[in-house]
Design a binder for this molecule. Sequence first.
Ligand SMILES: [Zn+2]
Length: 297
Amino acid sequence: MIRRLSLLLLILAASASAHTIGRYRAVPLGCEGRWALLRLFDLDGSPARLEVDTQTLRTRIATGTPPETSPCEASSRYLRLLRRASAAPHPLQNDGITHASQGLYLTTDLCPSSKKGYEERLYRSLITSFRHPVPVTLFITKRWIDKHPRALEELQAWNRKGRLAITWGNHTAWHHYHPGVPLEHNFVLSPEENLTADILELEKSLIRHGAIPSVFCRFPGLVSDSKAVAAVAKLGLITIGTDAWLAKGQNPKEGSIILLHGNGNEPRGVDRFFKLLHRGEIRGLRSLTELSLSKEN
Ligand SMILES: [Zn+2]
């Protein structure tokens, strides 16, 4: 009986956490060539690091002894976007980059949800409507990941098979929310918030499941203040807002960053997306890593 129980525990551990992570920490931004070092950690007991390509904005996990770094090129795409995303003014809602100079960018938020399923119809329609792989950003939370292992596996399988090209965006691990509380004290401005831990915990959860965190972050409820934006920028993340929250009736135009909820909590937005799709108003999508601003400095 004990043996059977320990075997079951082993199986559970294997399915819930493919990788073990230790000593996960942010490091002050430094570069080796075009790669900026973001995090150091132990991956399955060996030294590993998360890095971003300062020109393409793509991230990777490398193993081995971390390189010596020097200050990053201030004019690189990555540093220019980081500066732009964290610049004043700092509105209470929708701070950061809300639109690009061209293209359309689809972002789908996976906030915590008690719903069993998710907007599978949305991701399936992307796969049937656009050339593969279809770029889509998932602003994901640990609480959604923990509740929806099968949905996560399905999304990752499409990613592996080259049907979707998923950018794994940070929507914090816990996504604090208090119904009825003013925005000034809600979401990441809640008294219990520890934003750095909230951001890093989500990254750890992604890596544990074999996904590579990107350098994009969306605040829960799109709510933040100057301190929160500075904290996120210090962690090397680019804050992304939206100018086309479809469920709120906003319409995408050239350069729009479209916001939908992929967790099933806002079906109206997905319905509107389908209407636009059928009317031929969404011809193609770009990855956030291709984000271009008119004056990036
Ligand atoms: Zn959210």
